[in-house]
Design a binder for this molecule. Structure first.
Ligand code: GLV
Length: 395
């Protein structure tokens, strides 16, 4: 396996992670819903956008620095909330949060994390963001929001697109659970992935620590699919955004928006920012890619509200394209998970370096010196057909 500094792209990082992480957890990250067409489209659609090169422009003194929802960011990239991060590498959420902190980018902890809010707070020094799923048990959600407040989380990321779990065939076939079940197949995997196994032996954090021990009937929670089927709230409504915001008292970033009308509703109910997202292609297979719908949503709410994007970001080029189409920042999920699987905290740092370097070079060759100046004028062409709704232009 190449040393981390020999890894030059996120694709190489993914290959390195695949060699080190047991199949069920590698597959959990590297999978989309159903046929995975939306998962693929997230990346493919970035390739359909061409950049406009400029020359003889002074490229000295470039800056990628920005602010995302009140947090300084050394580049417009935050770490997305991802479930079971601590199964890619032992104590993975703590490692990723530390890498993000040192790099100067926001880190978001998932409700479905292995390390708890308190675990991450005790092992970092800067505020992080907490991602919230609203569940049927509102008393538990109230306690979770209060725990995020007590840990000084500086924003909540409220996910709206997982009222029920999309069908992820790889997880179903692999029998994915945390902690993993000691089947003969898994014991064989452990023998092939000894560094991963050793790391796991060295930590007590093996299950969903935001939940287990904090709610009745979840003492042996191990399967995401079982928990979500029982607890995720199919009756989630816009009123909950206002309720969550009131209880938290700080900024709420609404995640999982793919539609301009939903973006307007989110803002009307108090969203401080929006993440255009199809949950990494893990929920509604057949939905458009995030980059494809970004311009409509920026058009709908972008004047008053910061619009971010996740889904398909594998390089600094993708970040620049999203910024050119109106995003105020981006989130990476799989890209950092592969770094974590390949090399722990140093692997996440390497992922961030790869993205930062490519973003800087791309910005320079587009003739820009400040990320805030990037815009539509940096795009040469977009080979994506316009929306063709059966209901017409406003459908
Ligand atoms: C959870 O958020 C997942 O997408 O698995």
């Amino acid at each position: 396996m190449p040393s981390l500094d020999k890894i030059l792209t996120i694709e190489e990082m993914m290959a390195a992670a695949k060699r080190k992480v047991p199949k069920q957890f590698f597959d959990y990250a590297d999978s989309g819903a159903w046929t995975e067409s939306t998962y693929r489209a997230n990346q493919e659609d970035f390739q359909k956008i061409k950049l406009r090169q400029r020359v003889a422009v002074n490229m000295e003194g470039r800056s990628l620095a920005t602010t995302m929802t009140g947090e300084k960011a050394s580049m417009p990239v935050a770490i997305a909330p991802t479930g079971l991060t601590g199964m890619q590498s032992a104590d993975g959420e703590i490692k990723a949060a530390r890498a993000a902190e040192k790099f100067g980018v926001p880190f978001t902890l998932s409700t479905m994390a292995i390390c708890s809010i308190e675990d991450v707070a005790e092992n970092t020094t800067k505020p992080f963001w907490f991602q919230l799923y609203v569940m049927r048990d509102r008393a538990f959600i109230e306690r979770l929001i209060d725990r995020a407040k007590a840990a000084k989380c500086s924003a909540l990321v409220l996910t709206m697109d997982l009222q029920i779990l999309g069908q992820r065939h790889k997880d179903l076939r692999n029998g994915m659970s945390a902690p993993p079940k000691f089947t003969p197949r898994f014991v064989f995997e452990m023998a092939r992935k000894p560094a991963w196994a050793l790391g796991m032996l060295g930590t007590k954090r093996h299950s969903f620590r935001n939940i287990v021990g904090h709610v009745e009937n979840a003492g042996d929670l191990s399967k995401l699919s079982v928990w979500t089927a029982n607890q995720f709230d199919p009756a989630l409504s816009w009123k909950d955004v206002a309720w969550v915001k009131e209880r938290f008292g700080g900024p709420v970033i609404v995640k999982g928006i793919l539609d301009a009308d939903d973006a307007k509703a989110a803002v009307a109910h108090g969203a401080d920012a929006i993440i255009v997202s199809n949950h990494g292609g893990r929920q509604l297979d057949g939905a458009p890619s995030s980059i494809r719908v970004l311009p409509e949503i920026v058009d709908a709410v972008g004047k008053s509200t910061d619009v971010y994007l996740d889904g398909g970001i594998r390089s600094g080029q993708d970040v620049l394209k999203a910024m050119a189409l109106g995003a105020k920042g981006t989130f990476i999920g799989r890209a950092f998970l592969w770094g974590l699987g390949a090399g722990g905290e140093a692997g996440v740092t390497r992922t961030l370096q790869i993205i930062q370097r490519e973003l800087d070079i791309t910005m320079a060759l587009c003739g820009e010196r400040d990320i805030h100046d990037v815009g539509l004028h940096n795009i040469y062409s977009i080979d994506l057909p316009p929306r063709n709704s059966p209901l017409g232009a406003n459908g």
